[in-house]
Design a protein around this ligand. Sequence first.
Ligand code: PLP
Length: 230
Amino acid sequence: MLGVDNTFSPMFLSPASLGADVVVHSISKFISGGADIIAGAVCGPASLVNSMMDLHQGSLMLLGPTMNAKVAFELSERIPHLALRMKEHCNRAMVYATRMKKMGLKVVYPGLEDHPQHKLLKSMINKEYGYGGLLCVDMETEERANRLMNLLQNYTQFGFMAVSLGYYETLMSCSGSSTSSEMNAEEKKLAGISPGLVRMSVGYIGTLEQRWSQFEKALSRMQDSGLFKN
Ligand SMILES: Cc1ncc(COP(=O)(O)O)c(C=O)c1O
């Protein structure tokens, strides 16, 4: 049985159509879009879902994570615009990744043609969306990563430092010292997580150019302090 966590890629990737048997989502991310709901989804054959709801042995019955009706209703009001939101997350991530690369930053984004999995992803995605709302910028050292995130949050208000993703605002975290801090140095190296890797979940509020100017302003402050050269 193949299970896929599609939390990072709702709408633009459809694992069930590509052969996955079970698809899971943390709904607290893109699907909610407001960083205010704690929920999840397990999508799979009726036999699996029914067994999870079995009155005597089912994990949902034993552990109790049954969604309450108010949360379910709120989600039903947000899912109709998930497609539009995903398109804009993807669009802005692509524009920012392209521009950041042009500025001389080391960018990791599967929408860029030089990404090692670009062709593979291109063959899998639902074409009208794009390549996802997450990108990484490698600032090489943790000090430079933290300085950039500090400027982006506190000097130019480009985004917030948070380990979550899929919010309408841009969220940034230094993966090596947060979400992947339990990995040892060798595992991080194998996974391509440098100490200065900044993950960004690109938001969509405000105009694209206004938000981009906030990024540029923070980067030029980095240049003034000699922490970035292009
Ligand atoms: C890819 C992925 N799957 C699952 C989860 C777990 O989400 P939750 O805490 O809502 O269960 C996360 C949380 O960050 C995630 O990034």
